[in-house]
Ligand binder design. Sequence first.
Ligand SMILES: Cc1cc2nc3c(=O)[nH]c(=O)nc-3n(C[C@H](O)[C@H](O)[C@H](O)COP(=O)(O)OP(=O)(O)OC[C@H]3O[C@@H](n4cnc5c(N)ncnc54)[C@H](O)[C@@H]3O)c2cc1C
Length: 485
Amino acid sequence: MPQTPPDESRRSFLKSAGLGAFLGGSGLTIAGGAPAGRAAPDLVRGEVVRTGGALLEGGGWLREAEREIPVAGAVDVLVCGGGPAGVAAALAAARAGAKVRLIELNGCLGGIWTAGLLTKILDAGNKGGIMAELLAAFAAQGGRVAKRSGGTVYDPEVAKRVLEDLLVGAGVEILLHTRVVGAVLRGGGRRIAAVLTESKSGRQAWVAERFVDCTGDGDLAAQAGCGFEVGTGAGCTCQPMSMLALLAGIDPRAVARYVREDNPASSKPDFLKLMEENGIAPSYRAPTLRHLHSGIFSIMTNHEYGVPAFDADAISQATVRARREIHDIVGGLRKLGGIWADLSVVATAEQIGIREGRRIRGRYEVTLDDLAAGLKHEQAVCTVKFGIDVHALDQAGAKQIDQTWKGRGMRPYDIPYPALVAADVDGLLMAGRCISGDFVAHSSYRVTGNSVPMGEAAGLAAAVSIRMGALPHELTWAQVQAVGG
Ligand SMILES: Cc1cc2nc3c(=O)[nH]c(=O)nc-3n(C[C@H](O)[C@H](O)[C@H](O)COP(=O)(O)OP(=O)(O)OC[C@H]3O[C@@H](n4cnc5c(N)ncnc54)[C@H](O)[C@@H]3O)c2cc1C
């Protein structure tokens, strides 16, 4: 049978899909389907504004038609992103009496804790408030709490349930499967008034008095026009991404030598040596095996270098590579037989772990100088103890960068409240890894034991500032605490 040439079949598909206007050249209107129950004039959806003859190859530019967006809801405090920071922000704001909605991209709360399968909370030991409450709840509902090797191990599935229960109990309106895609400003463009989202419900607008950006990557703040920094050096190089996974089929006693919490001193080099002696070369040179409970383990053996956090195509390729690497490594270990004979992957993370996105410009920037000096600040929302931790920035293993920065020393330092308050837009706070800080400081404060108290502080400040009739930047942390603490 004669084969249709690929180009020809693609053109046929486009025509039958109603996109034939692409083929006619520039300046033509694109016709789309009318929404159910709406009149015919709504058919026009946009136009081709520049083709450069490349539309069919994925080039050129289209202009979307102006459209009206339904305002789907109005609350006092809108929290964008439901990771460790976002969950704490929503909980704190709701407990302070605000009507709160939390919008999250994934199908669960928890961010890196759950969709990312992290399994260990660092730098939580000196934290009270919501962080202490969460650790107790994770433990009480079945997760093993192991305060060894400087952190707490938890079960991501337990975390999902705990976070949902807490937020539902506090009256937070949770919206999952929804991406924040835009911001609407008022008051001469300085005051954030609404966010735009995309989901199965279509494009929607959400109005609020205060907003907290807990997207990790600072999506909302960037959409609102805030200034930000990314990565380090001329190339804005970010820390590598890593995919994590859950494993089963090994005996905890038999593999204890390779388990981080059982053998903190040499589990990583021992595990790497075992792999390398058997022809396995993990892209992360400090492979980490963690025992959760019963027969469940987690593993981190992957680094994806130089992947920008804002390039969906690059992230997709990294995700596919990383997942393949995990399965290949587990398959390689299984082939060793003996204690590894039944090793299997229970789950890979739905979301590859992103260490670094935007660092939004705030009213205070946490810097390497603050770490070296052990900053004590009168507006401290929490104290960070976790040290500088810059993973290798390229495959060659440029870990010496980390050592250079560590050379200045690091002492426990405070995160000041103004580092959570956006400098360029009013009514907007940040919490978690997107707060205002430099590259090196971020490598330290980014861990989740700090994201939670930052979120708690931002949520409280958002709620209290409404009650006080002031904007977040017009208040000090002492004033916030006096009213809401
Ligand atoms: C591989 C890896 C290992 C790490 N190891 C540890 C460790 O052992 N212990 C530790 O404590 N920390 C660790 N960290 C650091 C820590 O996980 C992060 O810095 C932490 O996730 C910060 O919390 P967050 O709430 O700011 O961000 P995230 O956990 O990234 O949460 C952001 C949330 O926002 C959502 N979101 C993003 N964009 C949008 C949008 N546009 N609309 C709606 N929702 C959106 C995301 O889906 C996510 O749920 C690790 C990080 C990585 C990547």
